[in-house]
Design a protein around this ligand. Structure first.
Ligand code: NAD
Length: 474
């Protein structure tokens, strides 16, 4: 089995214990990852703390190291993508896109300016606002897009002058560990530490007193625990959590375009995307056509091992997630839902579930009201637009959302009424390093990306120079 090490203080650390990593396309263990001990966690945090003193002062060095890191990742992109497919399951072409996203985000933030702002400059006072890094920060990532989401955190954190301890999900630690090894001589020792372990390691890291911020992406349940742990000593937190994104299809939408866009964003990575379409509300006039168009697409996917040529959709990442999706579909069917495409797991090895389209569903069924995070899309008709906006907003989640229409102005008017971090009109899942991304309600706290994402890794400092003789009150 190939070896994977943690990177702590610039050194490769094998760890005393390890845990197995399974290839979801085969269901077989294919590698092991180090299980970080308490002592190694202490070393990682201490290395990040020591490195912070110098790293925060060297803005030019930070930009250069980030550009070098981007190039290093690119030059190993093929191997990294293959590894990502083996541990995560997505088709290798998508894995390649995710790996290259790391370089894109690094370059974007390396080029980003964050100048000191002059708030007042008069005969009375000069007041300026600057942004300061926080110190050692924790970055904790889920298993659906471990590389891309890691760099949504690392790039702004490092650019702002913080040092990082990064912990990937135990289901998908390997590509992140490999990237840590590859970048060990790009950043000064201790600037980027990568450790691996099970969920309790995340809890220990997020409650560690030397960690000044936790940037967390994962489930709402774990995000709550992170917030509670961080509250103890008022660490900063950014929480990117679950979603239950609605798509609303108006009666004037082009059915084929809407079906292509909705199916694509609902089923990419077999639905394991926080901001995938997870429930679709369709105007009664075009409901039958939409259902048919979505079903046709579901029936035409090529499900298989993401390493194989021509495969369009891979397995779910892990057994519990496969079981969850299977149970949600079964419980919907028991309650009266009808399967129009897919509907079942695939016999044989691996964690495969056919892309599934469901009709005759209600808002009360868990497949609609909860986050399925898998390839099962409920499609519901509506008659009244105000009513559907209310139903959409009744969810405790508020991550993404979309409106599909032939009239973008009208789409914009409806979009403004939706409670979500982002509402797209005639697209979904369109993410850029320059745009803020985050959720409202149970979907999160704070944002990632853009200058707003950079600022989340800083505290503000106001410098107020009084230019009048005496003080302001004399
Ligand atoms: P998860 O919450 O189980 O795990 C995420 C990470 O947190 C893992 O590294 C895990 O080891 C760690 N962790 C678990 N318990 C912890 C604790 N108490 N303290 C600190 N860390 C802890 O989530 P998952 O199952 O890996 O990912 C799927 C979820 O992530 C879905 O709900 C999905 O919507 C969400 N997600 C959100 C976004 C977003 O940007 N909003 C992006 C991707 C995924």
């Amino acid at each position: 089995m190939p070896d994977f090490d943690m990177t702590i203080g610039g050194e490769r650390v094998a760890g005393r214990e390890s845990f197995d990593v399974v290839n979801p396309a085969t269901g077989q263990v294919f590698a092991a990852a180090p299980d970080c001990s308490d002592a190694d966690l202490e070393r990682a945090v201490s290395a990040a703390r020591t490195a912070f003193a110098q790293w925060r002062t060297d803005e030019r060095g930070r930009r250069e190291a980030m550009r070098e890191a981007a190039a290093r990742i690119e030059s190993h992109a093929r191997d990294l993508a293959t590894l990502l497919t083996k541990e995560q399951g997505k088709p290798v072409r998508e894995a390649m896109g995710e790996v290259l996203q790391a370089s894109e985000w690094l370059r974007h933030y390396a080029d980003m300016e964050s100048p000191t702002e002059v708030l007042a400059d008069s005969a009375h006072a000069r007041i300026e606002l600057s942004r300061r890094p926080l110190g050692p920060v924790a970055a904790i990532t889920p298993w659906n897009a471990p590389v891309g989401l890691a760099f949504w955190k690392l790039a702004p954190a490092l650019r702002a002058g913080n040092t990082v301890v990064l912990k990937p999900s135990p289901y998908t630690p390997l590509t992140t560990l490999r990237i840590g090894e590859l970048l060990a001589d790009v950043f000064p020792p201790g600037v980027l530490n990568v450790i691996s372990g099970r969920d309790p390691l995340g809890a220990k890291l997020s409650s560690h007193p030397a960690i000044r911020k936790v940037s967390f992406t994962g489930s709402t349940a774990s995000g709550r625990k992170v917030a509670i742990a961080a509250a103890e000593d008022l660490k900063r937190v950014t929480l990117e959590l679950g979603g239950n994104d609605p798509a609303i299809v108006l009666e004037d939408a082009d059915v084929e375009t809407a079906a292509a866009g909705i199916f694509g964003s609902a089923m990419t990575n077999v639905g394991q995307i926080c901001v995938a379409v997870k429930r679709t509300y369709v105007a009664r006039a075009v409901y039958d056509d939409m259902l048919a168009a979505l079903s046709e697409r579901a029936k035409s996917v090529r499900l298989g091992n993401g390493l194989d040529e021509g495969v369009t959709h891979g397995p779910l990442n892990n057994r519990p997630q496969l079981d969850r999706v299977t149970d949600l579909v079964a419980s919907a069917v028991d309650a009266g839902a009808r399967v129009v495409a897919g509907g079942a797991t695939v016999e044989g090895p691996g964690y495969f579930h056919a892309p599934t389209i469901l009709t005759d569903v209600t808002d009360e069924m868990p497949i609609v009201s909860e986050e399925q995070f898998g390839p099962a899309l409920p499609v519901l008709p509506y008659d009244d637009l105000d009513d559907v906006v209310a139903r959409v907003n009744a969810s405790p989640f508020g991550l993404g959302s979309s409106v599909w229409t032939g009239d973008v102005e009208r789409g914009g008017d409806i979009a403004r009424r939706i409670e979500a971090g982002t509402t797209w009109v005639n697209c979904h899942l369109y993410l850029l390093p320059s745009l803020p991304f985050g959720g409202v309600k149970w979907s999160g706290l704070g944002v990632e990306n853009g200058v707003w994402g950079l600022h989340e890794f800083t505290d503000m400092h106001v410098l107020h120079q009084n230019l009048l003789p005496g003080n302001a009150w004399s």
